[in-house]
Design a protein around this ligand. Structure first.
Ligand SMILES: [Zn+2]
Length: 595
């Protein structure tokens, strides 16, 4: 399974990784009894149904059904390959992977792009530190923008000179081709001259980093006053998707979590300046409108967002464009009002106190919107348009309480009846995307096409894996009517024969199939008393055998088939249909021979 990394190293990595720490870096987890609970990173939800067990080192979501161990979490969430996940965990856990293996992995396509970005980052930093970069460093960054050397280092800020081949030449010494740099968005091929050249020139280079602290792209700020393109960003690559990335989050997420709210700014330097004065619960959207993905990402760390944009009309527009995705993700939105002529960057330079004041005086989004429109002076047509706009936002707020408060406030500010706003919002809601269903009940085995007794039995065996060999003396896969449970039963038996660790997260890693793994984690979320498991086992085995050895009659089977079809449970339906036809053939054959 591991391919590149020896099994004993994988084992060391597993033993030294804690799923709470790893998952906790992406999801705000709260302790609930024996487990931890948070908002699922794999689907959108308002009520936490994502469960993580420290004791057994697995996660499971009752909303969408995803589940697995620490490796599968990184593979699914960061779209890593197994060796990539293992390498990341190894780094965090301080387990050394032998050099050759690292080289092997580096040849992987994504690794090459990470490597290209890493080398580019080194190059840009080196240039900024060199005499060539001195004017930009001292005059532009330190003197004019007021950024300290320490802050520049922290964010890995660098510089690209006017050399069209600088990065290409530097990278050649590191075994990186211009083509690979091109795939990472760092070089451009000139069609006519069939020649590669550096994408970024005469720009301050700001690395954009993912949540695993690896550089995936760059933002480049021109240092020429006559350049119309103030900023150039890396294009979308296999590593970098604009709609997912949030600048700074890798550094600031812990501060966001602690503060309980996040400040959203537009520019890299806005964030860097705020960071420098000690305001650290910030992310930068890099000037694009907030996407659903970004909204959901933020919702994992904070329930409230403060938009902090320029005071001009572009800033107001940016705020309006961003609220949809935030409200939609269940984030409450407030707006910090920068005084005319100021922006977050300049305000930050006047000190943390100025920013704290703006935070305390922030307006709720609706107040901001009404004020910026001067709503008292609106004519009936504009008022209707505004009612529609507000109703549309309200419709996307999935939390009923939040929606109610929002609607009431809107109606008061608009001077219209509350029903009018909620009418609009209901119309929009009925045509919009359906909200995902809330968390399933933990013991809702039946809804998953599993017989309660079989599911509970399997759940029990997963809690006490060693008992499965005793169970196997009397129970076989044929005793399970659900094919998934039958496969799990076989897999668990086979695993306990080859592995005596009783570490169930290893079993999860050994399962070949995602769906099977998700069923297993679902079953694992049920906890079982640890006293007298032997007695419980005996009771289960007897019940299972009793349940399957009383054969149902044909009518019962037909009813079950109808039910399975209604529930779109194709697996069960198919099994029942074939059983019914077998019975009918048997019966008819009997009838023929009897006549
Ligand atoms: Zn989920």
């Amino acid at each position: 399974m591991s391919g590149f990394i020896p099994e004993d190293i994988v084992e060391q990595v597993r033993a030294n990784s804690d799923i709470i720490q790893i998952v906790g870096a992406y999801v705000k987890l709260n302790r609930r009894g024996r487990n931890y609970l948070g908002l699922c990173p794999f689907h959108q939800e308002k009520t936490p149904s994502f469960t993580v067990s420290q004791e057994k080192q697995f996660y499971h979501c009752f909303g969408c059904g995803r589940g697995g161990n620490v490796f599968s979490f990184l593979m699914e969430h960061e779209r890593m390959t197994f060796p990539e996940a293992a390498r990341l965990l190894a780094e965090r856990a301080g387990v050394r992977i032998p050099e050759r293996e690292v080289d092997d992995i580096r040849r992987g396509e994504l690794e090459k792009l990470y490597y290209a970005n890493q080398v580019a980052g080194e190059y840009f930093r080196e240039v900024l530190r060199s005499p060539q970069g001195a004017p930009v460093r001292e005059k532009y960054l330190i003197e004019s923008r007021g950024i300290s050397q320490a802050t520049l280092d922290q964010f890995g800020v660098g510089y690209a000179t006017d050399n069209w081949q600088g990065l290409i030449d530097f990278s050649a010494k590191r075994d990186l081709s211009p083509e690979t740099l091109g795939k990472a968005g760092l070089t451009i091929l000139s069609e006519e001259r069939r020649r590669w050249y550096d994408r970024f020139r005469e720009r301050v280079m700001i690395p954009i980093t993912n949540l695993s602290d690896r550089v995936i792209a760059f933002g480049g700020r021109t240092v020429r006053s006559d350049d119309p393109a103030k900023y150039i960003n890396s294009p979308e690559t296999a590593l970098y998707s604009k709609s997912n990335a949030l600048f700074g989050l890798n550094l600031t997420r812990q501060y966001i979590r602690e503060a309980g709210f996040v400040i959203i700014v537009e520019g890299y330097f806005d964030l860097i300046s705020l960071w420098q004065v000690g305001i650290r619960n910030v992310v930068a959207s890099s000037g694009t409108a907030f996407t659903q993905e970004q909204g959901r990402l933020l919702r994992r760390f904070a329930e409230e967002a403060f938009l902090f944009f320029d005071a001009d009309s572009a800033g107001v527009k940016a705020a309006i464009r961003s609220v949809d995705a935030l409200f939609n993700a269940g984030v409450e939105v407030k707006v910090m009002r920068a005084p005319q002529g100021h922006d977050p960057d300049t305000l930050a330079r006047s000190g943390a106190e100025t920013i704290q004041n703006l935070i305390s005086n922030a307006e709720r989004y609706l107040q901001f919107r009404f004020r910026s429109l001067n709503s008292a002076a609106l004519g009936p047509v504009e008022k209707a348009a505004l009612t529609k706009e507000i109703g549309d936002i309200a419709a996307r707020i999935s939390d009923p309480t939040l929606r109610g408060v929002f609607t009431a406030e809107a109606a008061e500010l608009l001077g219209v009846d509350k029903a009018l706003v909620s009418n609009v919002s209901q119309r929009t809601a009925s045509t919009g995307n359906p909200q995902p269903s809330s968390a399933r009940r933990q013991d809702d085995w039946g809804a998953r096409g599993m017989k309660v007794i079989e599911a509970e039995f399997m759940s029990f065996l997963l809690a006490f894996p060693r008992l499965s060999s005793y169970a196997a003396e009397r129970v076989t896969r044929g005793h399970f009517s659900s094919p998934k449970l039958a496969s799990l039963f076989d897999a668990l038996r086979a695993w306990t024969e080859s592995d005596d660790s009783e570490d169930i997260s290893r079993f999860l890693g050994a399962l070949p199939d995602d769906k099977l793994r998700e069923t297993a984690t679902f079953l694992l979320t049920r906890s079982w008393p640890t006293e007298t498991p032997g007695d419980t086992l005996r009771d289960f085995v007897n019940s299972i055998i009793d349940a399957t050895e009383t054969t149902p009659n044909l009518e019962t089977l037909k009813r079950a088939l109808k039910e399975a079809e209604r529930a779109s449970d194709t697996d069960t339906a198919r099994r029942l249909a074939s059983e019914i036809s077998a019975r009918v053939i048997e019966r008819d054959a009997g009838a023929v021979s009897a006549s």
